[in-house]
Design a protein around this ligand. Sequence first.
Ligand code: NAP
Length: 237
Amino acid sequence: MPTAFITGASRGLGLEFTRQYAAEGWRVFAACRDPAGANDLRDIAAGAEDRVRILTLDVTDHGRIESLARELAGETIDLLLNNAGVMEPHDITFGNMDYGMWAGIFEINLLAPTHMAEAFVDHVAGSGRKLIVTLSSGLGSVALNEAGSRLAPGKLYMYRTSKAAVNMVMRGLSFELKDRGVTSVVVSPGHVRTDMGGPKARLGPEESIASLRELIDGLSIADSGKFFSHDGGELPW
Ligand SMILES: NC(=O)c1ccc[n+]([C@@H]2O[C@H](COP(=O)([O-])OP(=O)(O)OC[C@H]3O[C@@H](n4cnc5c(N)ncnc54)[C@H](OP(=O)(O)O)[C@@H]3O)[C@@H](O)[C@H]2O)c1
């Protein structure tokens, strides 16, 4: 069975990815900041025999990313899922920017997925599937940031720029890693009912992740460098 490494597995979409991959029989390295407080994740691990291994990882801790990659040397990772992410509160916008917060969001949404890819590329390249999938958002699309868009044009500058930037990195990696057979894509899960997406979002986590898994299952190197919606369609940059 294949192996996935999932960041931000404590709740929301990372937790649901872990639940669904474990139920399908995958081995999962489920990384989160505080395993002791991640009760739902520990319940999944308890019901999955030894297939789910919980790892402590704050993705802003660059030393820990590297030590974890060394600890897992010799393991293959079919699917590196850069899922951990944060968004600023909706009332922080032009006129009352918080630049320290913006830098913090870049640390989590941009630098961390990049460092994860760099640290774990050998584990991925040595696997059968060789996939790096990074959770982005339609809000990271410059093309969709337009008048009349249902994605509220303007606003959420910190989140939007962090996702646009990680889109650029992950597309860059598609060229960088082609010779090693590694596929790098960015995906939008749609608007999902999690702590980030809020209670009024259209999709439930089960539905979003089931369709993302189907998309991921069908990926090949020919898809590398693309920006996908959870329903399998391509999104404009
Ligand atoms: N929900 C949506 O509608 C939606 C739409 C588009 C894109 N996305 C993207 O999908 C991904 C998952 O979102 P979500 O809705 O599941 O968000 P969420 O419910 O807010 O969960 C965020 C996850 O990221 C983790 N995280 C945050 N900072 C971290 C850090 N420094 N180190 C390690 N983990 C950290 C959190 O861990 P803690 O429990 O420790 O805080 C939590 O597990 C994100 O990248 C998000 O941008 C979501």
